[in-house]
Write a protein that binds this ligand. Sequence first.
Ligand code: NAD
Length: 452
Amino acid sequence: MSALVSYDPATGEVVGQVEITDPNSIPAMVARAREAGEGWAAMSLTERRDLLLEAGKVIAANAEAIGEQLCREMGKPLREAIGEVRSCAHMADELDEMCEALAPEVIDDGRSRSTLYRDPFGVVAAITPWNFPFSMPHWMVLPSLMAGNAVILKPSEETPLTAQAYVDALNATLPEGVLQIVHGADVQGKALVNADVDLVAFTGSRAAGIHILTAAGQDLKRVILELGGKDPMVVLPGADLPRAASFAARNSFRNAGQVCVSTERIYVHQELYEPFLDALVAETAKLRQGHGLDEGVEIGPMINARQRDWVLRQIDEAVAAGARVLAGGEGHEGNFIRPTVLADVTHEMGIAVDETFGPVACVTPVADDAEALRMANDTPYGLGASVWGETERAEKVARGIRAGMIGINRSCGGAAGTPWVGARQSGYGFHSSKEGHRQFAQVRVLTTVADR
Ligand code: NAD
C-alpha cells in the first residue's frame, strides 16, 4: 500500500495515515456509486433524512475524539475543533430545511398544472479543502445525499484522517457504496473530475477552481465552485472603535487566518486611523498562540511549510515596499507565524491583492467613503466583507461592495436559512439555505391540463 501520512503541523509528529487511492481505480468506484445510488434515489426524502439523523448521533457520540484528531491534524484550537464536529452532528434543522427545499412543488396557473420534481443528478464528486476539514465535507456531502445522489468525497491531502472519520460516521448508517472516499492530492482530484460523475462540488482555491471548471466543461458537467476571498473591512467615522478593533483582530487571526472569509484588508478613515491601529495592536497582544491542545490557545500554526513560506514572503515584500510592522512580523517559529499587523499597506503590494490565508491584518488609510469603496472593490474576489460605522451610512457603503455576504457592524455570516454565497471570482454557487440545497438536484417539470 502507498500511504498518505498526516502530520501535526505544530510539531511535525505523525498523527496517522491512510491508503492513497490509485487514480486508475476511480472509474470503478464511480460505477459502484452509480449502482448503489439507484436504491438510494428510490428512497423517500424522509427515509433518507432518518438514516442521516442516525449518522448525526454517531458523530455526536464521537465528537470529542474526532475533534482531538482534527486539532492534531490541522492545528486549530481543541475547543474550535470539537465545536466544528458538533456543529455537523446536530443536523435535524438542516435536514428538515433540505426536505422542504427538495420536496415536489405544484404550480397551477389555471390553464396548466405543473409539478416540479427535484431529482438526483446521479454521482456527485465533492472535493474539499483542509481549513475546516470536518464541516467542509459535511456542507457538500449532506445536501448531495439528501437530494438522492451517491457521493465520492476527495478531501484535502492535508487532513485525510478527519475526512475519513466523517465518512466512517455516515457509513455507519448509509447503504454500502452510496458514500465513498478517494484519498490523495490533485492527481486523484483530477481523475475524479474526469471520471463519469454528474456534478462536481468544489470548495478550495481560485486556481484549482479554474482548472476544475475547464476540465468539467469538456462534457458540460455541473459544477459548484466555492473559492477563495480577499475580504475587506471598512471603518467609517462613527464606528464603535473598540468593537471594530476586536473584530478585526479576531477575524484576521482566527484559525491562523486560514479562513475563506478572514478579514484580509482593512480600510480606515484617516481621522480614525492611528487610534484604530493602537486598538488593533492592543487586541492582537491579547491573543495566545500555541499547540491547539494546550489550554487557552486561540491561534495555531500554518497548515504546512509551503503555506507558511507564502505568507512570510508576502509580509517581507510588503515591508520592503514600505508597510509598517506594528505587531508580529518576526520571531516566527516552525509553522507558527506570529499574528502580524501591517500599517500603510498599498495596492502596489501583493499582500493587498493576492489571498494571504495567514494571520496578517493589513491596514490602509482612506480619505472618504468613495475611496474606501473603490479600494474594497479593487479585487477579482467577492466573498465576504464588513462595514463598521453609523448604520445608515454603513449600509450605503455596504450596498456598493461587490461581495456575496456583507456584515454591518458584525461578521459577514447571515441569519439561519440564508446562503453562504460568493460573488465574482469567489465562485459559482453557494452553501446552505434552500437555494444552496437545490443546487444538488436536477429540476424536472411535469405538466398536465389544469382542472377548471
Ligand atoms: P486547494 O484548491 O489547493 O485544494 C482543495 C482541494 O482540491 C484539495 O482536496 C485538493 O487536493 C484538490 N485539488 C487541487 N487541485 C485540483 C485540481 N486541479 N483538480 C481537482 N482537485 C484539485 O485549496 P486548499 O489549499 O485546500 O484550501 C484553501 C482554499 O480554499 C482557499 O483559497 C480558501 O479561501 C478556499 N475556501 C473557500 C471556502 C468557501 O466557502 N468559499 C471555504 C473554505 C476554503
